[in-house]
Design a protein around this ligand. Structure first.
Ligand code: WQD
Length: 332
């Protein structure tokens, strides 16, 4: 299939492109390069031997988007592009709503105009807010998001549901990611956040490399086994494979389907620290500090629906995630 990837040089998209190429698909990639660099295209070529068709285009720019796509035969779009820093979204809500929601609406208009009505959307478990129950199934009601970033994901899901309800010729698959970490085992691509990492694993790898003095653990007084936050960490390559499998739902004219992409296992912050130390033989100094506002205690998936409907399940362990994250940090 000819797959359009938005946000193509980003962490999840770049790993997904590798798996799509290795599954025989053709890729057209676009990215405004606001939070990544074009050399990721060469890195993907280094891994796969294929250089994708790439355009440095912003999804908010209707005329640029239309001129790039008007002569392309796109079978399906995988939409990853979006601003995603939770803390930044609190400080810059208008930028987040304009870019994430406005950009998606522009993309949907162009896709319709070029005759592509198949979309796989990069959503997030953050749409559950504080989940009503764990493990979280797709039937769990969406909750109150604690930041504008999360709200953009939740609102875009609603836009897609309403679009498909109004025009049944659309096929929409919404993938709710849990906590993607790790890197391609080659160490050629991985997670490369700008500035001080918001997320746990890139912060740990920067402590391990000596770039940061110690990890600050945001609270150990949650109602969890060791008091620190519990999350469902999923290897980014497992997540990428989930997108390859999601094409089956599109090809089966699924209408509109939602899938959780998680391992089904919850690990605490200290579980991750200890596993990283054991696997890589590196001490990670840490200090328990106050909770981070907006954090929830516990969040992990029931992946049963993706297992049964998509024939997908996560294969990599937390050890693999810690090993591959560190391997990437060392090589870059
Ligand atoms: C994980 C755990 C923290 C950093 C967010 C978004 C989600 C997705 C993934 C984009 C929590 C603790 C973290 C640190 C810490 N983002 N922690 N010290 O908040 O679960 O999810 O990132 O798609 O949509 O909501 O991930 O990695 O920030 O935090 O103690 O320096 O690690 O409190 O318990 P989170 P995270």
């Amino acid at each position: 299939m000819n797959i359009l990837i938005t946000g193509a040089t980003g962490f999840i998209a770049s790993h997904t492109i590798v798996e799509l190429i290795e599954s025989g698909h053709n890729i057209i990639g676009i990215d405004n390069l606001s939070n990544s660099s074009a050399d990721v295209v060469d890195k993907i070529a280094k891994i796969t031997g294929k250089k994708i068709d790439f355009y440095p285009v912003d999804i908010c720019d209707y005329s640029a988007l239309k001129s790039v796509l008007k002569d392309k035969k796109i079978d399906c779009c995988m939409h990853f592009a979006g601003l995603k820093a939770v803390g930044e979204s609190v400080a810059k809500p208008i930028e987040y709503y304009e870019n994430n929601i406005g950009g998606t609406i522009t993309l949907l208009k162009v896709l319709k105009e070029i005759g592509c009505k198949n979309l796989i959307f990069s959503s997030s478990a953050t749409v559950y807010g504080t989940p009503e129950f764990v493990p979280i199934t797709e039937e769990c009601p969406k909750g109150i998001c604690t930041n504008p970033y999360g709200w953009t994901k939740s609102m875009i899901e609603q836009i897609l549901l309403d679009l498909q309800n109004a025009d049944k010729s659309w096929n929409v698959v919404i993938l709710r990611y849990f906590n993607p970490i790790g890197a391609h085992p080659s160490g050629v691509i991985g997670e490369n956040p700008n500035g001080v990492p918001n997320n746990l694993m890139p912060y740990i790898t920067q402590v391990a490399s000596g770039k940061r003095e110690k990890l600050f653990v945001y609270g150990d007084d949650y109602d969890t086994p060791d008091g620190t936050g519990v999350r469902d960490y999923i290897h980014v390559v497992d997540l990428a494979q989930g997108h390859v499998k999601a094409l089956n739902a599109i090809n089966n004219n699924c209408g509109c389907e939602i899938f959780n992409l998680g391992t089904g296992h919850g690990y605490s912050v200290l579980d991750v620290v200890r596993t990283f130390e054991k696997v890589n033989g590196i001490k990670i100094p840490y200090e328990i500090v106050a909770r981070r506002s907006g954090d929830i205690a516990m969040c992990y998936a029931s992946p049963d629906k993706a297992n049964s409907v998509l024939g997908w399940s996560a294969k990599y362990s937390l050890e693999d995630m810690c090993r591959d994250s560190w391997n990437y940090q060392q090589k870059n």
